[in-house]
Write a protein that binds this ligand. Structure first.
Ligand SMILES: [Zn+2]
Length: 189
């Protein structure tokens, strides 16, 4: 019966072995091969800092630190490093063997896992845009559904980036909230 169940459910989280809500996570940065691991939503949301790191969830790191898979050792090291103010995590970090290559990978993404997972907005020149920035239009644009035409050079102050779309920002022009494509704006410093 249990064998059948395993066959049916197939995979489990490569960290905590949960079979719930699995998805693939590419251990950043992308320059390393074989960086894909299958993780559950509980692990993923904490890895990506969408949820606070809850150390009571991560006791299994003392086992995954011996994994044959490099990406798992990298993830294990990073999570232990985040919790190293706690004795158990510091002890495991100390005990953990990391070859140079794995250590380099682990440190390359340290503290940026969450940042890399977020959507990054860039202007026409590749500068990163953030909430509160001011931009100017690099192109004259018609506003859909209105007679409004925005001239090239129009300034939009105090923009907001659209969280789930790296190609869009929002901002007010003449009191009207508009969505503008990031490729048509240039950040003002
Ligand atoms: Zn998990």
């Amino acid at each position: 019966m249990s064998i059948k169940l395993q066959e049916a459910s197939g995979k489990v989280c490569e960290l905590c072995m949960s079979a719930e809500n699995l998805s693939f996570y590419n251990v950043p940065p992308d320059t390393y091969p074989d960086n894909e691991v299958m993780v559950c939503i509980t692990c993923l949301s904490q890895i990506q800092r969408q949820q606070p790191t809850n150390s009571s969830h991560w006791g299994f790191l003392s086992e995954t630190m011996w994994s044959d898979k490099q990406a798992i050792r990298v993830l294990t090291w990073r999570m232990l490093d985040r919790m190293k103010s706690e004795t158990w995590a510091a002890d495991n970090l100390e005990m953990m063997y990391m070859d140079d290559d794995t250590q380099k990978w682990a440190e390359a993404g340290k503290d940026t896992d969450g940042v890399l997972a977020q959507v990054v907005h860039k202007d026409a020149n590749g500068n990163i845009l953030q909430d509160g920035d001011s931009v100017v239009l690099t192109k004259s644009l018609d506003v859909k559904g209105s007679s409004l035409n925005l001239k090239m050079g129009t300034m939009i102050r105090n923009i907001r980036v659209v969280n789930d779309d790296d190609g869009q920002i929002e901002g007010k022009v003449n009191g009207q909230l508009l969505v503008v494509l990031t490729k048509y704006v240039r950040k003002q410093s």
